[in-house]
Design a binder for this molecule. Structure first.
Ligand SMILES: *[C@@H]1O[C@H](CO)[C@@H](O)[C@H](O)[C@H]1NC(C)=O
Ligand SMILES: *[C@@H]1O[C@H](CO)[C@@H](O)[C@H](O)[C@H]1NC(C)=O
Length: 221
């Protein structure tokens, strides 16, 4: 009996020892002292569960193609906890991505989610790059029915290399995956990053940096 107690205590102790902070659900959550001025917790405030209704867990319209008439020729339709309030705290979301012929979902990263993508229509050249120092490029050409994984945080893209439209659906392992589009974040930040930083970082001529910073950097989401 004493042995059982000791075992239970050890299990409890090891559980406590391995406890860690919860994953972030947004870019940051700045601490304040006065709760009356609080806007967000890590995630969203919860509704009384007794008041839950089917609409809280529902969204529609994902059968409708996104409008790809933009510079990139792609459109991401995101269903996250903003669209389905019932997703709050559940750690999952969904996107539909439409690609015009030669449309690109440009290099980007999701700071809070791994993505698993299924091609429904078309031919996609996809890939991601691993962390330093190897920076291995892991790539594949995907056809309808093919599934590919983009691990959390890694820079990835999808490019429609076919002459027809392409469609893919992805699940992401966060209610709010976040999207950082590399080109726009680096050259289109507001306010602009000091060009000297980008000249050195990207081994570019200052004129090129100025030109890149003056461009319009479109988003497709
Ligand atoms: C929070 O309260 C403590 C104690 O009153 C104070 O020292 C601290 O500056 C406060 N922090 C903020 C961010 O207001
Ligand atoms: C798609 O977007 C373009 C550019 O914003 C716009 O001109 C066009 O009317 C849109 N098409 C549809 C079907 O909404």
């Amino acid at each position: 009996m004493k042995g059982v107690h000791l075992f239970a205590l050890l299990v409890l102790a090891s559980t406590l020892a391995s406890a860690s902070d919860p994953s972030h659900l947004q870019d940051f959550c700045i601490a304040i002292n006065d709760t009356t001025n609080g806007v967000f917790v890590n995630g969203k405030f919860c509704k009384d569960p007794k008041l839950a209704n089917p609409e809280d867990f529902f969204s529609s319209g994902l059968n409708i193609p996104g409008n790809t008439s933009n510079q990139l020729g792609s459109k991401v339709t995101l269903i996250n906890a903003d669209k389905i309030p019932g997703l709050n705290t559940l750690g999952i979301s969904l996107v539909r991505v439409d690609y015009a012929p030669h449309g690109l979902n440009p290099p980007h990263t999701h700071p809070r989610a791994t993505e698993i993508l299924t091609v429904v229509e078309g031919t996609l050249y996809v890939g991601f790059v691993t962390s330093n120092p190897d920076n291995r490029f892991i790539t594949k050409v995907l056809y309808p029915g093919d599934v590919f994984v983009f691990p959390i945080g890694l820079i990835h893209f999808q490019f429609n290399i076919g002459n027809t439209n392409a469609v893919a659906f992805s699940s992401l392992s966060s209610q709010n995956p976040g999207i950082i589009t590399i080109g726009k974040a680096v050259f289109g930040s507001k306010p602009a990053i000091n060009p000297d930083v980008l000249v050195k970082a990207f081994q570019l001529d200052k004129n090129i940096v100025n030109q890149l910073q003056s461009l319009f950097w479109p988003l497709n989401n």
